[in-house]
Design a protein. Structure first.
Length: 188
């Protein structure tokens, strides 16, 4: 059990029969009235973000979670298949548990967050950036970027992203896995 003075970013709590992670919090002491804590919570199971306010001193049910490194193996009808890098155990995660899974490449390492007491996976986190090769894109004209024009490029994982016109087939790109946006060219 924890109370509102123990709240910190990244803390996991049991709230409304779901497990939430605290994304943001603010202790507020108004001039008149009792102090309170304003929080922004993200559901570990659905990804939904909610805001909640607690009176100072309110008790919370803290949930202990563990982060484990897994290596991506392949995708089949059951979902994404991973191997634990320490114990070599294999697990399968459904597609809805992994955000932007279209950027997964064989051999890539991700972190899977487990409920410590139940030993069940809650969610999976990809690295913030990945470097992928462009397998197909329309030819573009160099110097034609005054209007910030973009085109679609297909990456080696099959994902499509918008890229500037000067990107050619065979180049490596740095992609933000949280938004799916092109960041820059990368050397491989």
């Amino acid at each position: 059990m924890a109370n509102t003075s123990d709240i910190r970013n990244g803390m996991c709590i049991d709230y409304n029969n779901d497990i939430f992670v605290i994304v943001e919090f603010q202790h507020v002491k108004p001039g008149k009235g009792n102090a309170f804590v304003r929080t922004r919570l993200k559901s570990m199971t659905s990804g939904k973000v909610v805001e909640n306010t607690w009176v100072a001193g309110h008790t919370l049910n803290e949930v202990r979670v563990e982060r484990r490194k897994f290596q991506y193996l392949y995708k089949d009808e059951s979902g994404y298949n991973f191997m634990n890098t320490e114990t070599f155990d294999q697990i399968s995660l459904p597609e809805n548990m992994l955000e932007n899974g279209q950027f997964l490449k064989e051999g890539m390492e991700i972190e899977v967050i487990f409920h410590a007491e139940k030993d069940t996976p809650l969610t999976a986190e990809m690295p913030p950036h990945v470097i992928l090769e462009v397998t197909y894109t329309e030819p573009g004209a160099r110097g034609n970027t005054a209007t910030n024009a973009t085109k679609f490029a297909t990456l080696e994982t099959g994902a499509q992203v918008k890229v500037p016109l000067f990107i050619e087939q065979g180049e490596f790109l740095k992609i933000d896995t949280r938004t799916g946006d092109y960041l820059e060219r990368a050397k491989q």
